[in-house]
Design a protein around this ligand. Structure first.
Ligand code: KIV
Ligand code: ZN
Length: 512
């Protein structure tokens, strides 16, 4: 492969992606995503912003210690304190640890936000890059809001950062403002006018406010950018970031006119997308390119006819190429442990033996009630049985009575920090009564932000899945629960969210 034409894929799902409203993840969840990114073979994982919180620091450190293939980046402002903190977490990755430092360079950001003169911003960037370069040769520098930066100043910043030791220089479209033609010209201008540009890789980082993040990134690649920053499912600040699956599949599918390579194992894309939406509760829209439920569905008769004659009539890439339908095993009550484990592995779950056993028991009991078990059912089983935060609060038993006449009453028994507690509470409906009872027993008053109920797969025998988003002491958490009784699943989701809130308090040591 011609190395010159290989575009590095820098995944920032765990940093910029986590900045999406409601996408916060705990350390275990971040580690799961990071190992899926390792399978995808991304070149760089941006694991977090170490100075932002103790939780972020720990996550970057654990990822730097655990993940072996990709480079691990940590974000920091152009400040000595930030850089020292970032390296403390990144040093465990050795040469693969990348310090990513940034400062805003547009007039509006410098004047209104930083209240600094351009010369001061340039000096701060040089100082930061030099300080980072004392730790590692792997230093990335970003000019925040580069697209709205005066071009001559941008070129000056890039040159100074490279001279100071940056090996990657990023030109973000922080506010998702540019269009392909303009972005192409910015990258080309830097390529043509920055004297030391060959000493660094130019990176691009596009937000999707105008729906152009992927198109802009492709335009930048054609102008000479060597690294693309992107996220799974395109999650990220506001309208999100350039979507990894879209940019990678665009490069692969239109290789005829874009002769660029990347190192991604595309058959792990689908599992990565599902894993992220299961963990964050952020569902993928059905018509989303590449990973949406309808992305490979052919509804119109004329299309179905064409597909039967020759798939290429309407299919520009195969579902198998992103890991969808590839040797799909249909699981049911006759499926054995081997098939079960094989499917879990394909979905990206590498579980220890005892967890496999727990999940298998749960699978068998569901298979007794339901003819076919779909991937979504397996996700729910794994999420519900295994991927759990420490259970400070446990549901022991519950009974709810409701109807058009009786006052809805929930009688619930919980184990809270090892002690059994029971209460009966009346509410405005069975779910309200359930949540009130849990609040009473835990003596916690979280604010309910969102509650949703869905059936995981079709049929009245399907598992009902509930998602609860709570705010507790300034922090948002997402809880999930699945059960064939929808009220039990809402209780499980609520308790899961409460356990996550307690886990967060514990980790940040702010509230115990
Ligand atoms: O959008 C942006 O400018 C960023 C930088 C910190 C790289 O996320
Ligand atoms: Zn960003």
């Amino acid at each position: 492969m011609n190395k010159k034409n290989t575009i590095k894929i820098f995944d920032t799902t765990l940093r910029d992606g986590e900045q999406s409203p409601g996408a916060s993840m705990n350390i275990e969840e971040k580690l799961r995503i990071a190992s899926q990114l390792e399978k995808l073979n991304v070149d760089v994982i941006e694991a977090g912003f170490p100075i932002a919180s103790d939780g972020d620091f720990e996550a970057v450190k654990r990822i730097a210690k655990t993940i072996k293939g990709p480079e691990i980046a940590g974000l920091c402002r152009a400040s000595i304190m930030d850089i020292d903190r970032a390296w403390d977490a990144l040093k465990y990755a050795g040469e693969r640890g990348r310090i990513h430092t940034f400062i805003a360079t547009s007039d509006i950001h410098m004047e209104r936000k930083l209240q600094m003169k351009p010369a001061e911003v340039l000096a701060a960037a040089v100082k930061a890059v030099k300080h980072a370069a004392n730790y590692t040769a792997n230093v990335e520098f970003s000019c925040e809001d580069a697209v709205r930066t005066r071009l001559d100043f941008l070129a000056e910043m890039v040159e100074a950062a490279i001279d100071a030791g940056a090996t990657v220089v990023n030109i973000p479209d922080t506010v998702g403002y540019t269009i392909p033609f303009e972005y192409h010209n910015i990258i080309k201008h830097l390529k043509d006018n920055v004297p030391n540009i060959d000493k660094a890789v130019l990176s691009v980082h596009c937000h999707n406010d105008l729906g152009l993040a992927v198109a802009n990134s492709l335009a930048a690649i054609q102008a000479g950018a060597g690294q693309v920053e992107c996220t799974i499912n395109g999650i990220g600040e506001r309208a999100g970031n350039c979507s990894l699956e879209e940019i990678v599949m665009a490069m692969r599918t239109r290789h005829d006119i874009m002769p660029y390579e990347n190192n991604i194992n595309t058959e792990h894309i689908y599992a990565a997308s599902r894993m992220l939406s299961t963990i964050t509760g952020i569902v993928v829209q059905p018509n989303k390119a590449i990973v949406g439920a309808n992305a490979f569905a052919h509804e119109a008769g004329i299309h179905q006819h064409g597909m039967l004659m020759d798939k290429e009539t309407y299919e520009i890439m195969t579902p198998e190429s992103i890991g969808l339908n590839a040797n799909k095993l249909i699981l049911g009550k006759h499926s054995g442990r081997h098939a079960f484990v094989a499917r879990l592995t394909e979905l990206g779950y590498a579980l220890p033996k005892e967890d496999v056993q727990k999940a298998f028991v749960r699978f068998k009991s569901l298979a007794d009630k339901k003819k076919e078990i779909f991937d979504e059912d397996l996700d729910a089983i794994v999420a519900d049985e295994i991927i759990r935060v420490p259970e400070v609060v446990k549901l022991i038993q519950m009974n709810v009575s409701s109807g058009s006449f009786a006052a809805p009453t929930a009688t619930i028994e919980l184990e809270v920090r090892g002690k059994l507690k029971k209460v009966a509470v009346i509410g405005d409906g069975p779910v309200d009564a359930t949540f009130k009872a849990i609040k009473k027993l835990t003596r916690m008053q979280p604010r309910l932000i969102n509650f949703s109920v869905g059936s995981i797969t079709g049929g009245t025998d399907a598992l009902g899945e509930c998602t609860v988003r709570l705010e507790y002491e300034g922090h948002e958490v997402l809880g999930q629960g699945a059960h064939s009784d929808i009220i039990v699943s809402s209780a499980k989701a609520y308790i899961n969210a409460i356990n996550k809130a307690l886990d967060f308090s514990q980790r940040t040591k702010i509230h115990i």
